[in-house]
Design a binder for this molecule. Structure first.
Ligand code: N01
Length: 549
């Protein structure tokens, strides 16, 4: 389904809407559907030429979700649930993109989406409580409400390596992978980055490229993925129990009750304390369970000394798979397990036993520059034809700080987040920015949850709030600064003293992956049911923490 979206408008009078939604990914599509159902005139502005957002852009080889398809999908419509057939337990990117196109057609969403339209500026006019949204092409739209469905992992990080523009070969980004793919056969390829993305790309690229250099700055902890096709009849059975599956999601801590990276991670603790285990018990654990055997001890996350033992044992488990001892040592992490998002992989460590794969452990000599023919590191020059960046994102805030968002008094959102760090109330609103709704903003469960479950809840919350304002003849809703600080302090208190704040742990969760970004952990980890409770209580108390006028 690639039917065209809404036509461009010429008449200024037609450019006023009840709500503007920025982005046509999972969140933007549901926001449009839900607000439209409430009778609002909605316009969605989308930079890409199609729906899908993050799941459209990240079409790199091997891209796959780490939450089960039947839970990583919309729950709001029994019809959609029954009509769509997932082929795999953990859906690949092409299947998710196809699903979102199906949804867009089935719900007739495209007529209200304007594609190829990048928003560059949004400003709030205090006199008439209206947002003006401007696009790269110079169009402008107005509406009292804006929903920023701009994604939390959608602003790719510029790796900032000198000499990139002198490179004579091909440069690819996992987050902007060519739609038609790219033939890597017969080419020498460098992959930079070994996060969730790199770990997925590397085994696939290794099978295609003549030679693969993996340039690794931090070694990953990665556990074998439970990815597999559904058995015949299995999906039908699940669909027959969909209500139960969705109900279980709502009470599950992370908003997903079935197979996911979280379950792989949460199944930890099945073994006794590592600190009291004998050497024989430790070795048996990794021989029988692979890398999991190094981690699934009850004290690994809570006791830093046990964490260090686990890291060493993990290295031994990797060395049982990877034949070259130097490569195995290079693949062993130097930071504690648990402080970054769990990664799951298909054949990652085995890939390093291939003759055409070389690990370049940047801890032994960093990248110095890119040359016309390759990459120079402290360890020498690597001649390559293709450089593929899997270097991550300016997460949570990057998509909105790249837009010139101006609230009350012309205050710029990017300045607020630069000075105060990523702050928001309930992940939904920012003080000084009336009638601007974030989805999965700072302080929400976002990536510590099934992203879709949290997103759907937030969109319902926002739609109900807008209906409340319109029904009551109100103009604005605005986060109170005290409520925002209190919420963010609470979010941070939840992780105080935990491995998530370990000084060796730089990641997008705490902003440390972006030079100059304030280091702050603002993902809500008290769980999805508790988050819903808190947000429901705010509504029950007449939108406490917000000012309505
Ligand atoms: O990004 P990342 P990602 N020179 O930031 C390295 C979701 N996701 O795209 O760790 C050299 O995790 C960087 O090194 P270091 C998921 O939530 C989900 O992989 O900073 N290296 C790191 O190795 C995930 O957490 C799925 O030292 C550089 C890597 O690049 C999130 O997206 C799949 C560098 C970036 O890792 C982000 O994952 C994919 C430089 N200049 C993504 N700059 C699934 O559902 C960065 N690096 C399975």
């Amino acid at each position: 389904g690639t039917r065209a979206g809404a036509a461009r408008l010429t008449d200024a009078a037609d450019r006023h809407y009840d709500a503007i939604v920025v982005g046509a990914g999972f969140a933007g599509l549901y926001a449009l559907h839900r607000l439209r159902a409430d009778g609002l005139r909605v316009r969605v502005l989308e930079a890409a030429d199609s729906v899908g957002g993050t799941w459209l852009f990240n079409r790199y080889p091997g891209a796959r979700c780490d939450i089960e398809s039947i839970e990583y999908s919309y729950s709001f419509s029994p019809e959609l649930q029954q009509e769509w057939n997932w082929s795999e337990v953990l859906p690949g990117q092409p299947e998710i993109e196809a699903y979102l196109n199906f949804v867009a057609d089935r719900l007739d969403l495209r007529r209200d989406i304007q594609f190829d339209t990048r928003v560059v500026e949004m400003s709030f006019d205090e006199a008439d409580s209206t947002w003006t949204v401007r696009t790269e092409a110079g169009e402008s739209f107005t509406a009292p409400f804006v929903v920023a469905a701009t994604g939390i992992l959608s602003a790719p990080l510029d790796p900032g390596i000198p000499g990139l523009d002198t490179f004579g070969g091909t440069v690819l980004f996992s987050s902007q992978y060519p739609r038609e793919g790219f033939d890597l056969a017969g080419r020498r390829v460098a992959v930079i980055g070994t996060g969730s993305t790199g770990v997925q790309i590397i085994p696939v690229v290794a099978e295609q490229a003549e030679h693969l250099y993996v340039l690794q700055r931090s070694a990953a902890y990665t556990l074998p993925s439970p990815a597999r096709p559904y058995e015949p009849g299995e999906l039908d059975e699940l669909k027959a129990n969909y209500d139960d599956i969705r109900a279980a999601q709502l009470v599950a801590h992370v908003g997903a009750a079935r197979t996911s990276a979280f379950s792989v991670f949460m199944n930890m603790g099945g073994f006794p304390p590592l600190k009291t285990a004998t050497r024989e018990e430790q070795l048996r654990a990794i021989e029988e369970n692979g890398v999991r055997g190094a981690l699934y001890w009850s004290d690994v996350l809570s006791d830093p000394e046990a964490g260090e033992l686990a890291t060493a044992l993990y290295g031994e488990a990797v060395a049982l798979i990877v034949r070259d001892p130097r490569t195995a040592a290079g693949l062993t992490p130097t930071y504690p397990f648990g402080c970054k998002r769990p990664i799951i992989d298909v054949g990652y460590y085995e890939t390093f036993n291939r003759d055409n794969v070389t690990l370049v452990d940047l801890r032994q000599g960093a990248i110095e520059e890119i040359t016309p023919t390759g990459i120079r590191t402290g360890q020498g020059h690597h001649e390559v034809d293709v450089i593929l960046f899997a270097t991550g994102f300016d997460a949570l805030t990057g998509a909105l700080t790249r837009i010139d968002v101006r609230g009350r008094g012309g205050v710029v959102l990017g300045d607020v987040w630069r000075d105060e760090g990523p702050v928001a109330y309930l992940g939904l609103g920012v003080a000084g920015f009336p009638n601007l709704f974030l989805i999965q903003g700072p302080g929400s469960p976002s990536a510590a949850s099934n992203y879709l479950a949290t997103m759907e809840y937030q969109i319902r919350w926002i739609a109900d709030c807008v209906a409340h304002l319109r029904g009551g003849g109100h103009q604005t809703i605005e986060t109170l600064p005290e409520a925002q600080s209190e919420w963010i302090d609470g979010v941070q208190a939840l992780v105080a003293g935990s491995v998530l704040l370990h000084p060796k742990c730089d990641s997008w969760y705490n902003g440390a992956n972006v030079p100059g970004k304030k280091r702050m952990y603002t993902t809500y980890v008290a769980g999805v049911p508790e988050f819903h409770k808190q947000c429901d209580q705010v509504v029950a108390a007449g939108y406490s923490g917000f000012k309505i006028s």
